[in-house]
Every structure is written in C-alpha cells, then in structure tokens.
Design a protein around this ligand. Structure first.
Ligand SMILES: Nc1ncnc2c1ncn2[C@@H]1O[C@H](COP(=O)(O)OP(=O)(O)OP(=O)(O)O)[C@@H](O)[C@H]1O
Length: 296
C-alpha cells in the first residue's frame, strides 16, 4: 500500500480545514493510500514532523497557509528528500497556491492526489534556510507575522493592509550593498523582495513579467528610500496597480544568485513568517528542487 503523510495546521486561515478533514481523509483512503495524520501543535512543528518522518512516505500532503507549506518544504530540503508534496491551501492569502493554479476548494485540491500531475519548481535557499516563494524585508514585511492569527482569521486579507497602513508613518531605510551577476548596487532601501510567485499579499502582477516557477530565476525588487511621503505614496500606488515602475526608486531584475550586505541587522520574512535577523544574506535558487502536485 502506498503511504501518505498528511500534516495540517488546524488554525490556518479561517480554520476551515476542520470541517473538511473527514471528507479529505475519506477521499485519500479510497484512493488506496495508507494515511498518517498530524495536526501541527506549534510553530515549527510541521518542519519537525517532516524531518523525522517524511522519508517513510510516498507523498507528503500539507494543509495550511504559506507558513505551513514553507515548513514542509524546508524540512524536505534539509533532509535532501525528493518526496512529492501535495498542498491543500487553507491560509488567508495563498499566494503560492494561486501561482500553482491549485483548485480553490480544499477537497478539490486534495483530489490532485489521484488526478493531478507532479511538476518541479524552484526553491530559494536563504543562508542555511529555505523559502518557497518570497523572502522580503522592510515596508509591510513584518505585517504578516505581527498580525495575530485571530485578527487574520476575522479580517482575512484586510488585516495585512490595515496593519500595513499603520506603519507608513515610521518607515525604516537600510544601507545596503547588493551583489548579483556582475553588478553591485548601493544605497538606502526601504523594501526588498525576492520572489518566485505571480502574486504577493494577494496582489497580482507585483512580481514582474514572465514569471516562471521553474526557470531557475527569482524576481528581485528593491525600493530606494523616497524623499517624502508623497513620493512614497506614488511608489506604493504604482506597485499595487502593477504599473510601470519608476526606475529612480524601484529596481527590478531576475537572478539565480544574490548577496545582500547591510550595515545593520535586518529582519527578514520568509514565506510570510519571521525568517530571522541578518546583516549578510546569500540567496540562491535551487532549480526545480521541489516536486509538487498540480492540476493536469
Ligand atoms: N497549533 C498551532 N498553534 C500556533 N501556531 C501554529 C500552529 N500550527 C502551526 N502554527 C504556525 O502558524 C504559522 C502560520 O501558519 P499558516 O501559514 O499555516 O497559516 P496562516 O497564517 O493562517 O496562513 P497565511 O500565511 O496564508 O495567512 C506558521 O508559522 C505555523 O508554523
């Protein structure tokens, strides 16, 4: 019998998985899998489970938000497994699930276990850590992990924006040296994101053109410190509307290898959760390192 490991975060998004779990388990069992189920009990638990047990299974299915997927993929990368991952999105924004064009309902996403196909996609290496679709610092980035799960559950996506707007008043700028390919960029920046996704925070088009999840390249966007709040407002508006970026302030490029050196520590977020404080960061793309189930 094929063996399947199901890991779910019972609190993710609006905690909808609880109502669907029985139907999902029934479907998986009917599909001929022996199923082992874990509910995550704390932050970091999904990664622990994967590192301890994933090697015993033909497929690991996780249900939760981006944070849960991040933990599962990080565990798989750290153990250097090539286990197929199935993802049943249950978070509030599900950026990466949308990039993969996964079905919108949890039960339909679970059905990919039987009728989906496996594709390979790139994974980001961030110093010793991994990320699935976004590593970011600065403006807005602390929002998702400082917004409480309860608030997110009630307000959903609006919670990110409300928290974000509160922060416009006290924006930090960071002195950086950025090395990529044969270029060195210097200056003061308020935001940076390295992505492999079609949307960020639910906003389509913010991550640039011709985004491909398996091309071995990630999209980079860096925003220079604006001179005043009006310039800042213009930058944010152009980002949200996915308009042509003002190249005086917004630098965009694709790369497979990036080094960022900062004068002071910077708090990073990886896939929407706190990713640690670092001065120097090396980001590399691990081309097609993750096997994941998608629609045929
Ligand atoms: N039982 C738990 N109690 C508290 N935190 C948990 C628990 N299980 C998982 N977590 C942590 O909660 C964080 C957020 O989880 P996840 O991303 O799955 O949901 P979400 O935040 O609702 O979704 P999204 O990121 O799409 O908004 C993750 O870092 C995860 O490790």
């Amino acid at each position: 019998m094929k063996k399947l490991l199901l890991i779910y975060n019972p609190h993710a998004g609006k905690a909808l998985i609880k109502n669907k779990l029985s139907e999902i388990v029934e479907f998986i069992t009917k599909s001929g899998f022996e199923i082992t189920i874990y509910s995550t009990l704390y932050s970091g638990h999904a990664k622990e489970i994967v590192k301890a047990r994933a090697g015993e299974f033909d497929i690991v299915v996780c249900s939760g938000g981006d944070g849960t997927l991040d933990e599962v993929v990080t565990g798989i990368m750290e153990k250097e497994l090539d286990t197929v991952v199935g993802y049943i999105p249950a978070g509030s924004t599900n950026d990466f699930a949308n990039s993969l064009r996964l079905p919108k309902t949890m039960v339909n996403a679970a059905k990919l276990i039987e009728n989906g196909s496996v594709v390979s996609c790139d994974v980001g290496q961030f110093n010793e850590d991994s990320f699935v679709y976004i590593a970011a610092f600065g403006l807005f980035t602390d929002v998702s992990y400082q917004t409480s799960q309860e608030l997110k559950n009630v307000l959903g996506h609006a919670a990110y924006l409300l928290e974000g707007v509160k922060r416009l008043a006290n924006i930090m700028a960071y002195d950086l040296k950025v090395y990529h390919d044969d270029e060195v960029i210097e200056g003061r920046f308020i935001y940076g994101m390295i992505t492999n996704s079609l949307s960020v925070g639910g906003f389509q088009g913010m991550t640039g053109r011709n985004v491909k999840l398996d091309d071995g390249l990630f999209e980079v966007m860096l925003i220079r410190e604006p001179k005043n709040p009006i310039e800042l407002q213009n930058i944010i508006t152009s980002l949200l509307l996915a308009e042509e970026a003002d190249s005086r302030y917004i630098l965009s490029f694709k790369t497979d290898n990036l080094r960022i050196e900062a004068k002071d520590n910077i708090s990073w977020t990886l896939d929407g959760e706190f990713g640690g404080d670092y001065k120097d960061v090396d980001i590399k793309v691990r081309k097609r390192a993750l096997k994941i189930l998608v629609k045929k």
